[in-house]
Design a protein around this ligand. Sequence first.
Ligand code: NAD
Length: 496
Amino acid sequence: MSALSHQQWQKRADAIVPVTTAWIDGPVTSRSGRTRAAVNPATGAVLAEVTECDEHDVDLAVAAARRAFDRGHWSTASPRERATVLHRVARLIEDHVEELALLDTLDAGKRIVDTTAIDAPGTAAILRWYAESLDKVYGEVAPTGADDLAVVTREPLGVVAAIVPWNYPLELAMWKIAPALAAGNSVILKPAEDSPLSVLRLAELVAEAGMPEGVFSVVPGAGPVVGQALGRHRGVDVVTFTGSTSTGQLFQQYAGQSNLKQVWLEAGGKSGVVVLDDVEDLDAVADGVAAGIFTNAGQVCSATSRLVVQRGVADELVQRVVSRALAVRVGDPLDPATEMGPVVSERQAARVLELMRTGAAEAGTVHGGGVVDGMPAGTFVRPQVLVGVDAAATIAQTEVFGPVLSVHVVDTVDEAVSVANATPYALAAGLWTDGLRRAHGVARRLRAGTVSVNCVDALDVSTPFGGFGQSGYGRDLSLHALDKFTGLKTTWIRHG
Ligand code: NAD
């Protein structure tokens, strides 16, 4: 629980002056002079008018990034030198946790208790982890004959474009930026239209830490304009993307139609949590199931939005999950007592409400859902639990990105695995069981990049994150993320 009261947070929020300029070799406005309103989803108030970049600004950012890369102040700096700057950035983030957290809370509606405890400090921790890792990753010496020496080194790839969504504006950006910079690349970040403010401030902190000019740029703007321009740009070597599957498909096309740049996709999900009938502590499981879908108002790519439960414990568990859903305190994200804030925008709320209606029509029993009346904006929705939903129903196959849980009752373990795996996505899965053998056996059969057993959405900078199928490929976090931002180079020396 935050040490500050709601009123104190409100006072600090009122004093925030957001950065509104893009960052290309320094603070810039776009040549077009256009801006986009940053709107607080919790109130509908305009927080700032933010520079809206376009193709021309992308050209400038790519040229700056390329110049910086070729100049080599960063790309050929020793690992220790790079680590020093990255640690300084981390320190500045830590010094500004409250400000960065407030920016994400105001801009994206995320709870202040989460942005101060998870998003902002987590961002610094990720950066420190990569700063500490980068001089511990060794190259290889290949097994050649005695007359040869073949050395395999990791080389930075050049200009990396990072395109990110709005659900973890600062932290998800850092999932991309940290390993890409650690590896020596120049990075151009395109935030989501709904959440540019925290990373615009980050750009200032990165420069303050002594990052050479041009190495890190931020270009806010529309996906189909700035995102597309980066995706099609011949000067961009790598795209690292997090967002919806359909936008991910576009980036594959952009690459094919331009310079065959590498495209790494972290896309959508429709993850299932399986509960087997041997679980004893149904309260703990219900807490986990509720957290798995209602955290961040369901706007989590790895949210477990489908509960697949064995019949023996179904009634008791569902009753507990429903009572938790109906008791969730929906409110102002600046209030530390709030359990669920708004969704990110009126547009997203309309989409969630539409899917809630679709789900309600497909379910046997409907609990909760709908908009919360009497709030300052129409972005506050109520958690919804849909019981008795066919595994093939629209609501069980469509990513809502909102607090909607469908419940699927099954008889056997085989059926549970088959329902859990029955979507085109494969990002995450949950499993609750008290049986050690079942835990291992079933976890193995669940198709997902991460399986959380007897815990919720397990995640750490030390473990790879990403999916199979239409959830994308490539991994964020861990040392494996460096694979995306480096190329393997063989230098073969004949000396015999
Ligand atoms: P989105 O795909 O609409 O947008 C993501 C980014 O792509 C934004 O920066 C956006 O401006 C840009 N974009 C949009 N249209 C574009 C276009 N035509 N060309 C180029 N760029 C374009 O996704 P969203 O609504 O911002 O975020 C929600 C989605 O993100 C969900 O599907 C969620 O599952 C996914 N997500 C995935 C992960 C993961 O790690 N797998 C994490 C968080 C969110």
